[in-house]
Design a protein around this ligand. Structure first.
Ligand SMILES: O=C(O)CCC(=O)C(=O)O
Ligand SMILES: [Fe+2]
Length: 302
């Protein structure tokens, strides 16, 4: 983008047209963006945010005043907003797109995961707003799955490039689905979700916008490496999971009122600390429709 001025060390960039300031938070990913009012993002600015998202993978904004309507409007400026979740109902009838996570009501995410990889078409990104925070605790961490891929040894990278893995949402969400009327979830990718059948994705995903490769498995939903024995699958997943969650692949965010986080769900995984006991913690998430993950060998990648 020609309107972006990059400073020598590339840690701070200023988007002159939008008067946004972006400060990188780690050497590889995550940035804080100042100067944006997320209530009034135009479609053109939504495109600019999408560029920032693909580049930095996680974006943090503070002092925001979003409400449910403006959170959904923000999502629409960036892309197509999905229903709240394949099987969990929306926050209320007016906001079927909002996934409300209440830590005291099962809305915890204290396992490393990438959102909704148990569907054929996981979301491209998520936008999360702090609604009610505990006075202490409740941080969220993200890992950079592109860095995790790049920091594997070359031999393991070459093996991973050729593998496919099964992703299954039933451990986390079968109960939710059973509780819904008639066992019907929401619509996802234009179809009613009536069951959570496992899907397969490449272990290495090629980012459709940047062409970069990421280690696209996660402990929350990836259950098996396909085409190898059970013992080999277990061993490979143990190696991949321990590797991708290394502290040097990670950024951690301690939430303040008014904070919003956006992440690229094609190149990151995340984990929400459950360390706040009986305190209330409520977050509102929306997700943007994504593409079907492609591996390095796929003919139609790009
Ligand atoms: O509660 C959080 O901080 C993150 C929850 C989560 O996994 C999500 O919003 O996708
Ligand atoms: Fe999540």
């Amino acid at each position: 983008m020609t309107h972006v001025t990059t400073y020598a060390d590339d840690k701070i960039t200023t988007d002159v047209r939008n008067a946004w300031h972006t400060r990188a938070l780690t050497p590889s990913f995550a940035a804080r963006v100042d100067g944006v009012d997320l209530r009034s993002v135009t479609p053109e600015q939504g495109g600019d945010l999408r560029h920032l998202l693909a580049r930095h993978k996680v974006l943090f904004f503070s002092g925001q005043q979003l409400d449910p309507d403006s959170q959904v409007a923000l999502g629409r400026a960036l892309g197509d907003v999905t229903p709240s979740h394949p099987v969990v109902a929306g926050a209320d009838e007016q906001h079927p797109q909002i996934y409300a996570l209440d830590g005291q009501d099962g809305g915890r995410s204290d396992v490393w995961h990438t959102d909704v990889t148990f569907m054929q078409r996981p979301p491209l990104g998520s936008i999360l707003r702090a609604v009610q925070l505990p006075s202490l605790g409740g941080s969220t961490s993200w890992v950079d799955l592109e860095l995790a891929y790049a920091s594997l040894s070359p031999g393991l990278r070459a093996l991973a490039d050729k593998l496919e893995a099964e992703h299954d949402g039933s451990r986390e969400f079968a109960e939710h689905l059973a509780k819904r009327r008639g066992g019907e979830g929401n619509e996802w990718d234009g179809e009613k979700v009536r069951s959570l059948r496992p899907v397969s994705h490449p272990v290495v995903r090629v980012h459709p916008e940047t062409g970069r490769r990421s280690l696209f498995v996660n402990p929350g939903f990836t259950t098996r490496v396909l085409g190898v024995s059970d013992a080999e699958s277990r061993g490979l997943l143990d190696i991949f999971f321990a590797h991708l969650t290394k502290p040097e692949h990670m950024v951690r965010h301690a939430w303040q009122a008014g904070d919003v986080a956006m992440w690229d769900n094609r190149s990151t995984a995340h984990y929400a600390d459950f360390d706040y006991g009986d305190f209330q913690r409520i977050m509102h998430r929306i997700t943007l429709r994504g593409d079907i993950p492609r591996g390095p060998g796929a003919p139609d990648r790009g």
